[in-house]
Design a protein around this ligand. Structure first.
Ligand code: FE2
Length: 414
């Protein structure tokens, strides 16, 4: 294939904006490229000369190509061929993630870029169609399968640590939750000894896919609620809670494993029964959902939101391991409400003869009750959360990520 057929010339003179720098090590000498590689020479006044080094990998003997790829520090591709390069990287992701000379930061960037693309596809497809198409979900499964050896290794946590502490973004959040699930499961295989006749590598992929897709139902939640710059009121909070049910309903026809669907549906259940959508308690919550819950909250606390600064991993986990001082107050309040059911409202307004006034009064009292609940919930936010999690899973999570040098959590491990 020659340069003319590929739509790029062999030499250019410009300011560099038409080119993208890439790492030569990302080129797999065993896999043909269909894009050209250029080198760059500085000229006067921020102008450069780009000279074609390689039209494609068939234009040079393989041994020579391997030598050159090691010798070049950086090479450039023309933006006309950027799509070819992205498709190439997707095909060769395993090669890149296994490459000993490519640093972990670059591996993380490549993986994040490709993962964001497939997750974005799922979210966009789900937004436009009633059900999520099988193809985009399969793309997530394919990508996870290629990346699984890397993301389930403790070493990769150094790369993941670079993604912590930034603005919350649903796509990156999904990637981090999937990635941490893979690492956790691989480091705690003993928890899953009950899985008979199931291929463990298939299981890790399925669990990671659950992490990538767990919040997909959020496409059904109005944007003004998702992006609200402040606390959610009662109605908004209830709407927000429906995202877990939306997620499973949207993925229903994709034939995902039962464990994946359970993790997605129950990732907001709390150990003490105060979670949603079902208020499950303790052993009724599926194991994968418990793990997903710990990781989901860890990532939420360590991300920046419009109304809060990100917590450090240490501070986030400290909150997650501590019990909440306001929990008793909430319990007392909930008990009072449960015991009285309708009496507080009817008792106060029953002597009001005017039906319209009676209805207005009722509405007013109900709103006051709702406000009280929000007030207590606001107090609970970001306070001790031990009641939400399974103590063993939380402890194992701390031990797992502390195996990487990027997390300094020794003070948290008893
Ligand atoms: Fe969620």
């Amino acid at each position: 294939m020659d340069a003319v057929k590929k739509g790029v010339e062999t030499e250019y003179f410009n300011d560099g904006s038409a080119f993208r720098a890439i790492d030569p090590l990302s080129i797999n000498p065993d896999y043909l490229t269909d894009f050209s590689l250029f080198e760059r020479y500085p000229m006067k006044k921020k102008q450069y000369r780009f000279r074609c080094l390689l039209v494609d990998s068939t234009s040079i003997p393989k041994e020579r190509l391997i030598e050159l790829l090691k010798a070049w520090k950086v090479v450039y591709i023309h933006k006309e061929q950027e799509q070819n390069y992205t498709a190439y990287i997707k095909e060769n992701l395993e090669f890149i993630l296994r490459h000993e000379d490519i640093d972990i930061k670059q591996k993380t960037n490549t993986l994040t870029e490709l993962s964001t693309e497939v997750i974005q596809d799922v979210f966009e497809t789900s937004f436009n169609k009633r059900l999520t198409s099988t193809k985009v979900v399969e793309n997530v499964q394919k990508l996870v399968s290629k990346a699984i050896d890397f993301i389930s290794s403790i070493d990769s946590l150094n790369g993941l640590a670079n993604l912590i502490g930034y603005d919350y973004d649903t796509h990156t959040h999904s990637i981090k939750v999937g990635w941490l699930l893979a690492t956790f499961i691989n480091a705690n295989k003993d928890l899953f000894s009950y899985l008979k006749n199931i291929d463990f590598s298939d299981f890790i992929v399925a669990a990671t896919v659950a992490g990538f897709l767990h919040d997909i139902g959020k496409v059904k939640i109005p944007q003004h609620i998702l992006n609200k710059n402040g606390k959610l009121d009662n109605k908004e909070y209830i709407l927000m809670q429906s995202h877990t049910a939306y997620s499973v309903s949207m993925l229903f026809e994709n034939n995902l494993p039962r464990s994946t669907m359970q993790a997605i549906l129950y990732h907001h259940e709390n150990e003490d029964g105060s979670g949603y959508p079902c208020g499950l308690i303790d052993n009724d919550i599926p194991l994968l959902a418990k793990i997903c819950h710990v990781i989901d909250v860890f990532d939420a606390l360590t991300s920046r939101r419009p109304y809060k600064e990100p917590k450090t991993p240490f501070d986030a986990l400290k909150i997650m391991t501590e019990s909440n001082p306001h929990l008793d107050a909430l319990q007392k309040f909930e008990n009072e409400v449960a015991q009285n059911v309708k009496t507080p409202v009817t008792a106060i307004v029953r002597n009001e003869p005017d039906p319209l006034l009676r209805r207005l009064r009722e509405k007013d009292i109900l709103e006051q009750e709702a406000k009280k609940r929000v007030k207590v919930r606001v107090k609970l936010r970001d306070q001790g959360m031990a009641h939400c999690f399974n103590a063993d899973i939380l402890k194992r999570f701390i031990v797992t990520i502390n195996k990487s040098d990027s997390f300094q959590l020794s003070g948290l491990i008893l």
